[in-house]
Design a protein around this ligand. Structure first.
Ligand code: PMP
Length: 435
């Protein structure tokens, strides 16, 4: 049965005000709730797996700030580390021991990177990785896959997922044609297309970039064999392979998708979880490749707030918890049990919806297909069902991301009770979506 709409009076008031200040009333497009019902909810606070909005509504949060909050909101260790650093200073623009400490935590637990560089967002990490690949290979073109989102730098906003696909667009205005021409976009899981690209643009491809596990245009889990093919074809052609692990890094484990596939990419990018909820990104590679970054090499990349001490303190606290034995196994088991219980209901009721999952990531796909591995397999019309489910979930105190193309996350702060409450709500919401 349709649930009664929650009150959004205060959120709506704040949104009206925000529209005076920001385009669309927001500082990042998907937040505007344009593809779901109602105005965006203005959030006041979060604790563990729960969120409270300006109207006092309480939700169990499965968006988790789009991925960073693998430990939930207001984690005491992260909070205390941040508070301790606050009294020592917010930013110095000079090296600190904290940067060493976070780097050590990452590198000693990750065999895929030898050196890293900290930046302040996922966008910056990937933009810098692309520049490094171009500088290293002395080639200009890059290959990306339709639906993969790699942040909003010019080269990468061509046929990207995330907010672009949510709003029915594929590329951004304002990217010069000359830049877009250097980005070749092909479908995922299409070997022949990539083979053709390497014929058509022989010796011109600097890098092929893929999301560790594509998770910005639905969850498009690739077969290992295909990723191995990417590894082999790039090596054979003197191009680099970049894994964008902004979502999968520290989510599937410290070694992310590289470990999942057991494949060594040439450059890896990180973001989200690495900063424990503060703005941090990083890119890493072998010492040899990273030797091309300034001041050792000729590829310039810098940042006033790079390696910011408060952000480093948050990252150290977060990764210290994640490094404890069994953390990821438990997350995966919890997520699978959650998904299996909903799947059993879907089967019982014979609903045309699938849940794809990996690690502690899940995605509801309104499809009859057993596997979805490329963006073109998603029917945009199926998003209508997500829209209904999203509204029904909010009305039952469950917060999912405001787009059916985005994935959900489970944190270690989600209790068994939270998950049971959510399962009951999801079952009801699905029945409404299919009624
Ligand atoms: N790469 C991937 C795979 C992402 O999912 C995102 C953000 N969702 C980015 C890059 C960009 O990160 P940020 O939003 O921190 O700039």
């Amino acid at each position: 049965m349709k649930a009664q709409d929650i009150s959004r009076e205060k959120s709506a008031e704040l949104f009206e005000k925000a529209k005076k200040y920001f385009p669309g009333g927001v500082n990042s497009p998907v937040r505007a709730f344009k593809s779901v019902y109602g105005t965006p909810l203005f959030i006041e606070r979060g604790d563990k797996a729960h969120l409270w909005d300006a109207d006092g509504n309480e939700f169990i949060d499965f968006c988790c700030s789009w991925g960073p909050l693998i430990l939930g909101h207001n984690n005491p260790e992260i909070r205390e580390a941040v508070q301790a650093q606050l009294s020592k200073g917010l930013s110095f623009g000079a090296p600190t021991a904290l940067e060493n400490e976070l780097a050590e935590l990452i590198i000693s637990n990750n065999k895929y990177v030898e050196k890293i560089r900290f930046v302040s967002s996922g966008t910056e990490a990937v933009m810098s990785a692309i520049r490094l690949a171009r500088g290293y290979t002395k080639r200009d073109k890059i290959v990306k896959f339709e639906g993969c989102y790699h942040g909003h730098s010019d080269s990468l906003l061509v046929k990207a997922g995330s907010g672009l696909v949510t709003f029915g667009e594929t590329s951004s205005a304002g990217v010069p044609k000359a830049f877009a021409d250097e980005t070749i976009v092909i479908g995922l899981n299409d070997k022949a297309a990539l083979e053709q690209v390497f014929v058509d643009f022989k010796d011109q491809i600097a890098a092929v970039i893929i999301e560790g596990v594509p998770a910005n245009n639905g969850l498009l889990i690739q077969d290992k064999e295909y990723i191995q093919f990417l590894r082999d074809i790039t090596t054979a052609n003197g191009s680099l392979l970049i894994f964008d692990e902004v979502i999968t890094g520290f989510r599937l484990g410290f070694e992310g998708a590289a470990k999942y596939y057991d494949i060594q990419p040439d450059i890896l990018t990180y973001g989200k979880i690495i900063g424990g909820g503060m703005p941090v990104g990083a890119y890493g590679a072998s010492s040899e490749i990273m030797g091309h970054i300034s001041p050792d090499g000729g590829v310039y990349q810098a940042g006033t707030l790079s390696g910011n001490p408060v952000a480093m303190a948050a990252g150290i606290a977060a990764l210290s918890i994640l490094a404890q034995p069994g953390f990821y196994e438990k997350q995966e088991q919890t997520t699978l049990a959650f998904v299996e219980e909903i799947r059993a209901f879907i089967t019982e009721k014979n609903l045309e919806v699938k849940i794809f999952t990996i690690g502690s990531i899940f995605w509801f796909a309104f499809t009859s297909l057993e596997k979805i591995q490329s963006a073109d397999q998603i029917d945009p019309a199926s998003m209508e069902k997500y829209k209904i489910m999203h509204r029904e979930l909010l009305n039952r105190g469950i917060y999912f991301g405001p787009s059916g193309y985005e994935v959900g996350f489970i944190s270690s702060a989600h209790t068994a009770e939270d998950l049971q409450t959510a399962i009951a709500a999801i079952k009801e919401a699905l029945l409404v979506a299919f009624s």
